[in-house]
Design a protein around this ligand. Structure first.
Ligand SMILES: Cc1ncc(COP(=O)(O)O)c(C=O)c1O
Length: 441
């Protein structure tokens, strides 16, 4: 078992009060972090926390992986900013080259930006310019970012868009197959009763002609919306429908990418090839970098200067991304995500057998979750955000950091770094077991 006892490491001067940070940054913890090592965060007072948030799905290679940190330091000592409109740089060229084959199909070309939302924005611009069509289609429960365009695509939760009308137009939403919440049926992906295809057809008949739709954007596994894994036939069928109508399929893999679901990209779990793949988070182990991948012929639709940005493809971030890809390959992190994910999900299902507040335990790779309900109330699936919050707090009190998700904030979502070990997962499961018991007490 891992020792989590405090062991002060920092004698630095007191920090300014937390109130210097604006409240718009809603808080998961009040920890003052000093450093990170693998799956662990160490605070200024020396306490160790098992970080199963991974900085919201970013630190796939673990905190401060020595090879990534060395690549960043070496690059920063040479040049920090080498703007893409002005110069080429070696880390960037190497990265562009590697990205051509990072996903089967293609040949792919990348556009590099800084954040997930910025890459989603780029995918919308490219879809519109490449098809000459105006509209975008997104899925209910989806999350794509907090800029104006990405808010318009997002419906995961009221706070993400509720106060910001008017939002950019020509964006429509249709049903995601959230099997656990489907009417009737067994509520599981294997016996799914979701009517997403009828709902999509209705959307085309009630809101927007399919030949006016430039792109459909989809999270292959829902993130903020509740870590929902779709039924097996969903993405292949969506691919068929989009092809039939000449609509570009945009996979938002900002959270699911880089090994998270046990494949390099989640679409590979279903053998689906999107037209545009959006990625960020795990790409550079925490350095700001994002990108879209599209077929070279599609990318050619973008005339020089119609898109860009000062920092996109930052040279230090590119060096971090190259080192991150090396670590993912050399340490077998995609396979580890699959194996450790199976272990975690089996453990969560065992907890569900003992704790009636768990309505559903689900996940793919190291993207796992439990959905909390009020047992014996209503149809047996009434969301329980209060118990969810208490479980998160009880876990934190036991040095485990987990996040919440879901429209009703009744999902505990768990995003370990892909370097996590079997022992760490066993520890997290026993902490969750205790936290569930304490939260219901
Ligand atoms: C699926 C998905 N898309 C887009 C984004 C936005 O990324 P960023 O926060 O880097 O703008 C996120 C962030 O959580 C995400 O999970």
């Amino acid at each position: 078992m891992v020792d989590t006892a405090p062991n002060p490491v920092s004698t630095a001067a007191p920090l300014p009060d937390h109130s210097v940070v604006p409240a718009v940054w809603s808080r998961i913890t009040n920890l003052d972090v000093d450093r990170g090592e693998g799956s662990w965060l160490i605070t200024r007072d020396g306490s160790r926390y098992l970080d199963y948030s991974s900085g919201i799905g970013v630190t796939n290679t673990g905190h401060a992986h020595p090879r990534v940190a060395a690549a960043i330091a070496a690059q920063a000592a040479k040049i920090i900013h080498s703007q893409q409109n002005i110069t080429y740089h070696e880390p960037g060229l190497r990265l562009y080259d590697r990205l051509r084959t990072v996903l089967p199909g293609g040949p792919w070309q990348a556009f590099l930006a800084n954040s997930g939302a910025e890459a989603v924005e780029a995918s919308v611009k490219l879809a519109r310019v490449a098809t000459g069509r105006p509209a975008m289609l997104a899925f209910r429960y989806g999350y794509h970012g907090r800029t104006a365009q990405t808010m318009a695509l997002t419906t995961a939760k009221d706070v993400y868009r509720g106060s910001f009308e008017p939002l950019p137009g020509s964006v429509y939403h249709t049903a995601y197959p959230y099997c656990y919440r489907a009417a009737g049926g067994a509520h599981s992906p294997d016996a799914c009763t979701c009517d997403w295809e009828e709902q999509l057809d209705l959307t085309f008949h009630q809101f927007i002609y399919p030949d006016r739709v430039a792109g459909v954007i989809i999270e292959p596994v829902l993130g903020e919306g509740g870590y929902v894994v779709p039924p097996p036939g969903f993405l292949p069928r969506l691919r068929e429908i989009t092809r039939q109508h000449g609509i570009l399929l945009i996979a938002d893999e900002v959270q699911t990418g880089f090994g998270r679901t046990g494949q390099m990209f989640a679409v590979q779990n279903w053998g689906v090839e999107p037209d545009i793949l959006v990625m960020a988070k795990g790409i550079a182990s925490g350095m700001p970098l994002s990108r879209i991948l599209a077929r070279a012929d599609l990318m050619a639709a973008w005339k020089p200067g119609t898109h860009g940005g000062t920092y996109g493809g930052n040279v230090v971030s590119c060096a971090a991304a190259n080192a991150t890809l090396d670590v993912i390959e050399d340490e077998g992190l995609v396979a580890n995500a699959r194996e450790r994910g199976d272990q975690f999900l089996a453990g969560l299902r065992a907890l569900a057998g003992r704790h009636p507040a768990i309505g559903d335990a689900r996940g793919l790779g190291l993207m796992v979750a439990i959905e909390l309900i009020k047992p014996g109330v209503g149809d047996g699936r009434v969301p329980d955000p209060d118990v969810t919050k208490r479980i998160q707090a009880e876990a934190l009190a036991r040095n485990l950091i987990v996040l919440t998700a879901g429209t009703y904030v009744n999902v505990i979502r768990i995003i370990p770094p892909l370097v996590t070990t079997a022992d760490e997962i066993a520890l997290a499961l026993s902490v969750l077991d205790e936290s569930l018991a304490a939260a219901r007490a």
